[in-house]
Each structure stands twice: as C-alpha cells, then as structure tokens.
Write a protein that binds this ligand. Sequence first.
Ligand code: ATP
Ligand code: MG
Length: 345
Amino acid sequence: MAGIKERVFSGVQPTGNLHLGNYLGAIKRFVELQQKYECIYCVVDLHAITVAQDPAELTHNIREVTAAFIACGIDPKKHIIFNQSQVQEHAELAWIFNCVARIGWLNRMTQFKEKAGKDRENASVGLYAYPVLMAADILAYRATHVPVGEDQKQHLELARDIAQKFNNDFAERIKSLGHGEQFFPITEPLISGPATRVMSLRDGSKKMSKSDASDYSRINLTDDADFIAQKVRKAKTDPEPLPSEEKGLESRPEADNLVGIYAALADTTPADVLKQFGGSQFSAFKNALVDLSVSKLGPIGGEMKRLVQDAKYIDSVLADGSARARAIASPVLKSVRDIVGFVQS
Ligand code: ATP
Ligand code: MG
C-alpha cells in the first residue's frame, strides 16, 4: 500500500452491557496496537440507532463505552477516542458508498439476517445498510488495519470490496488527480488470539452478545466480583474433566470457550492452559477462572464506574477526539468529492 500511511481504526457500539467478548475480541487488542500504530477508536453511535434506542440511555451508553476505552488503557491523548456522530464525514461517505456497494453483496450479510430475524420487512433500512456505514467509518481515515472479533469478518470483506470497486470505478480519475493507483487501501482485518469469538456462557453455539436477553449469558465489564463468580459457576459445561490437549476440546464448545477465555485473560495459549488444568474437574477450573476474571476485570469495572460519573471529562475527551478525527477525515472527503466529480467551493 505504497503512499498510504498505516493506521488502525475500530469501533464499539454504545448499545449497553459491554461484555467480556467485547473486551477480549476487540478492546484488549485496541490497547495492544497502540504501541505499534496510530490508532483511532470510535464509539459508533450511528450504528447503535439501527435498532431503537432510548435517547437518555444512548447518551449514557456513549459515555460508558468511552469510559471503558480509557479504563482498559487506551490513551486519548496519544491516540483518538471519539463518537461517530460528531464527525459528519462518516455519514457522507456512507452515502457515496451506498452508491458503490451492490444490493447482492448486502443480501449475503449474515449479521443482518440474524438481527432482523423473521420480521425482516420491519427492520430499519439502516440495519440493512450497516456494513456500508462500517466501510465508510474505516475508509474515511484510509485505515489500513482493523482489529475486530470474528463476527465482523464478513463486514470487513465487504469494506475491502467497496474500496476495490471505488478504486476501479474511478481509476482514471484517481490517477489524474495525483493519487496514484488506488485511493482507498484494501484494509487488513486483525482477527487473532484465543478469544476472537467468545461464546455465550449459557449456550456454546451462540456468540456472547450485548443484546442477549439473559444476563447470565455474558460477563459485563461492570459486574462486581460476586456476580462474576456466580456467572462463571453457573456457566454451562459437560460432565467430562478437562482434556490435556487441544484436540480434546473438539465438539466440546462450552469447554473450548472457557479455556479460550482463560487463555486470553492470562495472555497465554489454550495448549498451556490445558497443560495446567488437563484432567481437572470443571469446579476446580471454574474457581481459577473466577479468580483470574475478577483480578483482570475488577479494576476495569471500578475505573469505568468512576469515569462515567465525570460526564464533563468524558465529553471533553470526545470533543477533542472528534476534532482530531475530523481533521483527518475532512481532506479525505474533499478528495472523494473531487474524484466523484462534485462541484465544491
Ligand atoms: P450487539 O449485540 O449490539 O451487536 P456486540 O456485543 O456484537 O453488540 P459490537 O459493538 O457490535 O458488540 O462489537 C464491538 C466489537 O466487539 C467488534 O469488534 C466485535 O467483533 C467484537 N465482539 C462482539 N462480540 C464478541 C464476542 N462474543 N467475541 C469476540 N469479539 C466480539
Ligand atoms: Mg455486534
């Protein structure tokens, strides 16, 4: 990607109940990537309203995700933390991409099918177009790397297809305006580690999700130690002891999930976890998992609760981040308008 600066972008929806999957699959990775890249982390409030939101709760949730980013260790001074709706370039680029993306591409998106459920006719147009807005989020910054959980893989492939089609459709214009061979990078998804898809604690075939009706399906970042312990102890398992090798986790989704969670929290691998716990009963393993979860998540939850009280500080972080995000996205959109052929003054 000659000529395009390496940059990380990712987002989390302010839809409440931030959970262990969001932490291990996304936010923990965001923190690590700060060492190596310039990072932009977004509270994607425009995505949140693709399903109905209570306005006061939405405001609270935007502040809570911001607090989580900071509590987990993202530095809002060295990097950028902001909320999507304060940078209008996202919505504008999404419209242009709506005219690049094909209906056939969107019809294949599994998240829409899952979220719309049986009553598809009644889902919002926004829910359907969600992946196009996500492509705009990333490409408004010409981001080259996007850390996400496994569930977002298909949306990232769509973002790559949109970038590619825009680059192809406007190839001559892009070249003649001095942007070289391609205007948008073909973004690399960063999906790796033992917890790219944390599963529900109640059902090993369903992803842990903010929107699951059962609170026992997930560990929320704001759960206290007792509640974490209760949820881990109630987590579904099978009657066999833990295997000594990873192969033994095949077709044991609940065991596989808990071992993956342990490995990710301990910054080790499932193989190493099984070296330590192979042959143990779940009761012993769960006790160790409770201790580890409480020691890692307790301080984060505490700091989130403290930060969220200080709305003035949180809002100032978002205002500053939004101004810096806009400074990057605005010239990108100016070039896009030129490439497309709009007259601008
Ligand atoms: P919703 O149910 O509202 O879609 P969500 O839990 O999927 O909520 P998002 O805000 O959509 O959360 O996703 C934020 C980030 O967390 C994304 O990178 C997503 O891939 C990641 N993520 C979400 N759930 C999991 C999970 N169970 N395991 C690993 N990563 C996850
Ligand atoms: Mg999601």
